[in-house]
Design a protein around this ligand. Sequence first.
Ligand SMILES: [Zn+2]
Length: 271
Amino acid sequence: MKSKQKKPKLDLTPYKNDIRNAINRTKKNGKEVSLTYCGDTLSDFAKGTAEATEVRGCSIYDKRERKNKVILDFHTHPVTKRGTWGVTPSGADVMGTMEESYRQKQKQVSCIASPKSKNIHCFIPKKVPDKKKISKYRKGINAKGYYGKPYHYSAPDIDSTRYKDATEFDLMVKNDFEHIWIKKRDFKSIQENTKSKTSDAMDAKRFGNVDSIKHIIPDLDRSQFCNRNIQGYNDPTNHEMANDCTKRLNSRLPQDIPFISGLAHRFRSRK
Ligand SMILES: [Zn+2]
């Protein structure tokens, strides 16, 4: 029997239409769309392509409104966007959520979906961060930016302090957040370790074909990448996610295209 984890409850149904419209817009124009909710209303700051690290208030026009607290933010990841994988939050995304939670003295809920994802991925800090925590996060995000590529674990020319800070950032992310996955189709949350989570987290399109990732992630960095940047940022207690991710990265055949993977399966079993 699995131990029952107490997951925070999250109901996105009041925002269903906005979320669907945002995803559709991204599908059409390939650009990121973000929504910010203050209470049940969409903030006037909601449209466009706000950066995750930007300080988002509840209204840029009304002073009184500005004092309201943000209760939820949602943004899309375009399928082709570089620097992110599927619905995996970027370093800047988690940083933004932490900064906002600190500023507002309340845990901020952040959610991400892509036009290709089956699910919406939401993450919430387990605790409101204190000043010390925030400065650690800032240090870490700077270090990660320095490397340019967050998965150069075996880079030979690393600056050890920055390497340590960047590593610490990933470990903090792994420990500091609760994750909730919600089906895009019916907005019901999923508890089980479905493979759709891994495929959403990895951006199936980009990682479907091993030839395209061979250049992105060196072979020796793959399991680290899957452990830290895929499992750690998406579903930290789900070890299947890292395993599945590594398997996909090392696979020689395209995956996630049901027709082709069906064929691949037949092809494999014939041998
Ligand atoms: Zn993002």
